[in-house]
Write a protein that binds this ligand. Sequence first.
Ligand SMILES: Cc1ncc(COP(=O)(O)O)c(C=O)c1O
Length: 465
Amino acid sequence: MSSIHLLLNTSISPAAYNTRRSMKVENGKFSVTSNGRRVVARATVDVRSPESSASAGKLRSAEVMEAEARVLVGTYARAPVVLSSGKGCKLYDLEGREYLDMTAGIAVNALGHGDPDWVRAVTEQASVLTHVSNLYYSIPQVELAKRLTACSFADRVFFCNSGTEANEAAIKFARKLQRFSRPDVKQPPTEFISFSNSFHGRTMGALALTSKEQYRTPFEPVMPGVTFLEYGNIQAAQELIQSGKIAAVFVEPIQGEGGIYSATKEFLQSLRSACDDTGSLLVFDEVQCGLGRTGYLWAHEAYGVFPDMMTLAKPLAGGLPIGAVLLTERVAASISYGDHGSTFAGGALVCNAANTVLDKISQPEFLASVSGKGKYFKEMLMQKLGGNPHVGEVRGMGLIIGIELDVPASPLVDACRNSGLLILTAGKGNVVRLVPPLVVSEQELGRAAEILLECLPVLDKSMSN
Ligand SMILES: Cc1ncc(COP(=O)(O)O)c(C=O)c1O
């Protein structure tokens, strides 16, 4: 087994931290030390080279979790599972246990794990060209933008690397458009409207648009000028838009993290017409609900209401990091060279992967299958689980489904995982969120419903504890 020796340099707070760290991998062990005042961490786990992955099962999950706790920043309350491979809608942990995946990496792996066309697109592109930066042209990026504009309301595309970045870009584009289109106005509109239960990301601008207070408070001040209104409150939104201060309204046509709440057609229509009256921009965040998840290519197609900008991310490159803002020519015309950019955005590798994802998902038969499976699953869930006193509304569209409970969902999530089913929570933690790979079979959906049913009694136990 070969030995790797890396020197890591970081510029973060040199006074407070040791800035030079050394990571060594040798004879299947790795260790992290610092040449500064103190040892940052020393972790010892078996690290196997890819060729010995067959023996990876011998690497015990507990050791990985223990090492993680010592060397990673504690931002994630992870489930105690170390996943090591996947195929279709199945995932496998280090000990070889199988899990049925109703999470799709939080609505990312739309084609499931290891889709052969996706693997081919990634490996072929990786062997030719991965990254050149945006100093130069590359074919997969232009191809992806052509495809995205051909199948949407948009005239142009801006690429970035995540959902939060897509919303940051949309914030900047909205402000720029308002300045650009009102050159004689001293104070063009700079404020934003967002809604209750919204989630738009965790960087300072997108965070300011995210409704959960506990995400924002520790980091204040975030971007000023955001007003939160009740999701669906037409009158409040119309009044505020008419004030003339609003650069843009950010809204998820179907809220994901917030608890799987769908907008009404009247609500989105009223936002559209109020924005048209004042020149405010309407931004649809389809990071979670877009790209086939609802059975429509774009969730807003279900409403027949179209935005000025739409933000995308999660499933677009089938598991590789990507984000995108789709926009009309009117907005794009206000953007000049240097206004925004990113080193990695729109790289050849991710864009080639995304071209394959988009080609597959945008097929009418594929979208019809998502719609059909979504109806089948929702009806089955209502029928099987609806009689349980803890189960309230089962809601959603296509394969983004929420099951509202009258108690926290986490005991059910844990019990399902122990029975081989991975599910998510949403809302205030009382909603079970099901966002499986879009390629899931009816048989797999049936199995998921059965496991949920078998595990429901755990909610009674957690009540009595
Ligand atoms: C609707 C919505 N917008 C934005 C984001 C942020 O995306 P990312 O985690 O890629 O930054 C998310 C993530 O869950 C999301 O659901």
